[in-house]
Design a protein around this ligand. Structure first.
Ligand code: ACM
Length: 767
C-alpha cells in the first residue's frame, strides 16, 4: 500500500510537475505542457500522413515498425475495425525551425507537425520515448499498455550540429557496428556522425585511383598500443586493419540519411598521414641532405607541400565528395609538427615562391589551397583549431579541441565553430577512477561534467554567439579496439551531450537527467549496449576508527538513491544491505557498492581489504612520497586497503620519482613475522617501473637492523599492478624496515629512456 502510494506521487511528479521532469524523454523537450489522460494505441488506431513523400515515410517508419514488432499493431494497414483513435502527421510551414516539431497528444488523437521530415522524425522519437520501453523489443510483448500520456510539446534543438566523432583509423569498426551506432544516435536526436577515416595507423577509405592506400596503408603491423608503423616490411600473419569500399560507405551514408544523420568524412592532412606516405612515399618530404626518410620513421608523418601532394589530395577529396554528400568535408589540420618542412628542399622552395616566412604560414597555405578546391565543388571545409595558425582559410569551420580559445577566436573572426574541447567532449578519457575501469587516455571526464557543458563560451559577445554551431563528442580509439569498448566509452556520455546540444541550458538539471537516463538505459539494454555504469560518483573512503579498525564510508549519491553493498566481491542486488553508516571491515573483504534502479546498476565502486599485522601501526618514512601521488596519506601502505589494479592515481598508491621506498613499522611490541606481500605499479609507457630490489630488515631497538630477506624483482611482461612476495623463517621483533629500490635509469627502447623511473607502492601486507 505504502509502495503504491509513493509510486503514485512519483508518477504525478513525473507528469504534472516542473518542466525538467515532466516527460521521460531524452533530450528533454524545450516546452512541455502536461494534460490528464492517455492516448492508447490499438489495432484500430489509424495513421494519416503523406506516404508518397519518401522523406516523410522514413521519418514515420520507426513508429510504424517498432509498434508492429513489439506490439503487433499495424499502423500502416487499413484497419478492419472502426477507427477509434487517430495519428495525424503533417508538414507545416508555420513551424519555423527546420528540425523543430509540435506534438499534441489527446485521448483520441495525436497530432504531429513539423516544417520538415527531419522535425517529424524527432517528433516520432519523442512519441517512442513516451511509450513504454518495451516498444524497443524485437518480439511481441504481452501485458503492456501501449499508451502515451496526453501532452503538448513544442520543441526545437538549441544547436544545428549535434555530433559524435568515431576514429575508425586507429581501430577499424565494421559497417554493421557503425549502423548500430547510427541507430542509437538517432534515438537521441543527434544529427552528425563524423568518421575519422585516415590517420597514421590506418587508411580506411577505398580510393579507385590510388589502390595502394588500401593495399598498404589500411594494414599495419601490430596495434597502436604496440605500433611499429612499419607498413613496408610486414609479415603477412601480423597484418592488422581493414578498409571500407566506396559501396559500403555509400550504403552507410544512405542508412544514416534515412535516420536524418549526415556522415561527415575526415581525411587527415597535412600530418597524421604515415599510412598514405607508406603507400605513396613520393609524397613525403626529403631530409636536409635531399634524401628520402627511411621507414619506419616517426617524425615523418606530414605530406610534402609539392604540387604532387595537392594533385593527390584533390583526387582523393573528389572521390570522397562523390561518396559523401555532406556539405562539410573535414580536412583535419591538427598536430602537424612541420619539422620536416623546415629542411625539405621542396617545402623551402614553396615558402620562397609563395613569400611565406614561417612553417605556420606554409600550413595556412596548405589548408587554404585545399579549401579552394573543396569550395570549387560547392562544399566547405572543417578543420581542427590548428588551422587558425598562420591565418584561417576564408570559409572554414573550426572544430575547437585544444580548449575553447580556438573556438572563441574563430567566432570572433565570424567563422562557424563546433565545440569539442578535450575537458568536456573527449570520450577517450576516463569516466571514473573506480577499480576495473578499462585503460583509457590521460584525464577524467565524468558524466556530470559532460552534462554541465555549455558550448557557448561566456567570452563571446551576443552577435558572435550565433557562430557556435553545436558540440561534438570525440572518440579517439588508440585504446579502444572493439565495439564493446566503443560503446562503453561513448554511452551514456553521448546521451548527456545530446541534451547539451538540444535542450535550453536553463532547463537542464543533472538530478532530473539521471532520472530520465535511468529509464533510457532500459532502452539501451534492449540493444545490448555496453554502456558505462557511472551515473554518479560514489565516493568510497577508508579510515581507521578509534579502535584502529579499518572502516569504509560511502557517499556522493543524491537523496533519491540508496547505496547497496556486498563484502564478498559479488555484485550488489536489490536484496543487498543498504549503506547507512561506516562499515567496519572485520576480515579480508572485497567491498562492492552500487546504486541500482529496477535491477540496473547505475554506478559501482570496489575496494579490496587485507588485514595484516602492520595495519594501523605507527610508521616512519625516510623519504615522503611525491605530493601529487600521496592522496591517501603517508601511511596508506599500512591501512589495510589495496590500490586499483589498473590506475595508480587513487588513494592507495604512493609514488616516488627516482627515490627508494624506505618505511619502518613500529609494531608496539615484539611481533612474529614470516612474509611480506606487496604490489608495485608497472607502466613503462608512463615512466613507472616496478622496484629493482626489495629488502626486509628487523630490529628490537629501532636503531640496529638486520636483514632477514632480500629479493630482486622480475620486470613483468605487462602493464598494471604487479605482486611481489617475500618469505622468511619466522622472526620476532618490535620493528620492521622495508626498502624497495627504484629501477634507476629507464632502459633504452622505452618511453623516457635514460630518465629516472618512478616507483609506485601499494599496501605492504605483513604476516
Ligand atoms: C585531435 O585530438 N588531435 C584533434
Amino acid at each position: 500500500m505504502k509502495k503504491w502510494f509513493f509510486s503514485c506521487i512519483l508518477f504525478a511528479a513525473f507528469f504534472m510537475g516542473c518542466a525538467q521532469v515532466s516527460v521521460p524523454v531524452i533530450p528533454l523537450p524545450n516546452s512541455v505542457e502536461t494534460k490528464s489522460g492517455n492516448f492508447i494505441f490499438n489495432s484500430c488506431t489509424q495513421l494519416h500522413y503523406n506516404s508518397a513523400d519518401v522523406d516523410l515515410k522514413n521519418a514515420v517508419m520507426p513508429l510504424v515498425e517498432k509498434l508492429h514488432r513489439a506490439a503487433g499493431i499495424n499502423l500502416s494497414g487499413k484497419s478492419k475495425c472502426k477507427m477509434n483513435s487517430l495519428i495525424n502527421i503533417d508538414l507545416d510551414n508555420s513551424i519555423t525551425n527546420d528540425e523543430g516539431y509540435a506534438l499534441s497528444v489527446e485521448p483520441k488523437k495525436i497530432s504531429l507537425k513539423a516544417k520538415t521530415a527531419t522535425g517529424i522524425f524527432y517528433g516520432v522519437q519523442t512519441i517512442l520515448q513516451l511509450l513504454p520501453e518495451a516498444v524497443e523489443k524485437d518480439s511481441i510483448q504481452k501485458s503492456v499498455k501501449w499508451q502515451v500520456p496526453c501532452v503538448l510539446i513544442k520543441d526545437e534543438p538549441r544547436f544545428g550540429y549535434r555530433g559524435i566523432m568515431l576514429d575508425v583509423a586507429r581501430h577499424y569498426e565494421s559497417p554493421e557496428f557503425i549502423k548500430k551506432l547510427i541507430d542509437l544516435l538517432a534515438m537521441q536526436k543527434m544529427n552528425r556522425l563524423h568518421l575519422h577515416l585516415t590517420d597514421s595507423q590506418g587508411w580506411r577509405f577505398e580510393s579507385k585511383k590510388y589502390p595502394k592506400l588500401t593495399q598498404i596503408g589500411a594494414y599495419r603491423k601490430g596495434t597502436p598500443l604496440n605500433a611499429t608503423y612499419d607498413y613496408n616490411s610486414r609479415p603477412a600473419d601480423t597484418l592488422y586493419g581493414g578498409y571500407y569500399t566506396q559501396e559500403q560507405l555509400k550504403d552507410l551514408v544512405k542508412y544514416a540519411a534515412s535516420r536524418f544523420i549526415t556522415i561527415v568524412p575526415e581525411i587527415e592532412m597535412p600530418a597524421h598521414s604515415m599510412s598514405a606516405l607508406a603507400s605513396y612515399p613520393e609524397l613525403a618530404c626529403l631530409d636536409s641532405n635531399g634524401n628520402a626518410y627511411p621507414y619506419p620513421q616517426k617524425i615523418q608523418n606530414e605530406y610534402c607541400t609539392k604540387d604532387a601532394t595537392f594533385d593527390f589530395l584533390d583526387d582523393i577529396l573528389s572521390e570522397v565528395m562523390d561518396v559523401f554528400p555532406s556539405k562539410y568535408i573535414h580536412v583535419a589540420g591538427d598536430e602537424a609538427s612541420k619539422e620536416t618542412w623546415k629542411t625539405c628542399k621542396y617545402d623551402q622552395q614553396r615558402m620562397k615562391d609563395e613569400g611565406l616566412k614561417t612553417v605556420e604560414e606554409l600550413q595556412s597555405y596548405f589548408i587554404k589551397r585545399i579549401e579552394k578546391f573543396v569550395n570549387s565543388k560547392g562544399r566547405n571545409i572543417i578543420g581542427w583549431d590548428e588551422i587558425l595558425q598562420g591565418g584561417l582559410a576564408p570559409n572554414a569551420t573550426v572544430m575547437s579541441w585544444t580548449g575553447i580559445e580556438g573556438g572563441i577566436k574563430a567566432a570572433q573572426e565570424h567563422h562557424n565553430v563546433i565545440m569539442t574541447p578535450g575537458d568536456y567532449c573527449y570520450f577517450d578519457h576516463y569516466q571514473s577512477d573506480a577499480p576495473g575501469e578499462p585503460v583509457a587516455f590521460c584525464c577524467m571526464l565524468t558524466l556530470p561534467k559532460v552534462y554541465s557543458y555549455d558550448p557557448v563560451p561566456a567570452e563571446l559577445k551576443d552577435d558572435e554567439k550565433k557562430y557556435i554551431q553545436g558540440a561534438q563528442g570525440n572518440l579517439w580509439t588508440e585504446y579502444i579496439p572493439n565495439p564493446a569498448k566503443v560503446e562503453y566509452m561513448i554511452f551514456p556520455r553521448a546521451v548527456a551531450l545530446a541534451e547539451v546540444d538540444w535542450t535550453k541550458p536553463e532547463l537542464k538539471n543533472y538530478d532530473a537527467f539521471t532520472q530520465r537516463l535511468t529509464n533510457y538505459l532500459k532502452r539501451l539494454n534492449t540493444y545490448h549496449v555496453n554502456y558505462s555504469k557511472h551515473l554518479f560518483e560514489i565516493k568510497l573512503t577508508t579510515s581507521l576508527n578509534d579502535n584502529k579498525q579499518v572502516t569504509a564510508s560511502l557517499g556522493g549519491v543524491n537523496k533519491d538513491h540508496v547505496i547497496r553493498y556486498t563484502l564478498d566481491g559479488t555484485i550488489p542486488t536489490e536484496r543487498s544491505p543498504v549503506y547507512s553508516k561506516p562499515i567496519i571491515i572485520g576480515k579480508n573483504a572485497t567491498l562492492i557498492a552500487a546504486v541500482l534502479h529496477e535491477g540496473i546498476i547505475l554506478d559501482q565502486v570496489k575496494k579490496s581489504f587485507q588485514l595484516h599485522k602492520a595495519v594501523g601501526k605507527s610508521i616512519t618514512l625516510e623519504t615522503l612520497p611525491d605530493k601529487q601521488y600521496n592522496k591517501g596519506g603517508n601511511s596508506a601502505w599500512v591501512n589495510g586497503c589495496l590500490g586499483n589494479d589498473e590506475q595508480f592515481s587513487d588513494d592507495e598508491w604512493l609514488g616516488w620519482e627516482a627515490k627508494a621506498f624506505n618505511g619502518t613499522i613500529d609494531f608496539g611490541s615484539a611481533t612474529s613475522t614470516s612474509s611480506l606481500q606487496t604490489r608495485f605499479f608497472h607502466k613503462p609507457s608512463s615512466w613507472v617501473w616496478v622496484a629493482k630490489k626489495v629488502t626486509v630488515q628487523v630490529s628490537d631497538d629501532g636503531t640496529n637492523f638486520k636483514t632477514v630477506v632480500e629479493k630482486d624483482v622480475t620486470i613483468p611482461s605487462k602493464e598494471g599492478a604487479s605482486t611481489v612476495e617475500l618469505k622468511w623463517e619466522p622472526v620476532t621483533a618490535k620493528y620492521m624496515r622495508i626498502i624497495a629500490e627504484p629501477l634507476g635509469k629507464i632502459p633504452a627502447g622505452n618511453t623516457g629512456a635514460g630518465d629516472d623511473a618512478w616507483l609506485f607502492v601499494d599496501e605492504m601486507v605483513v604476516h
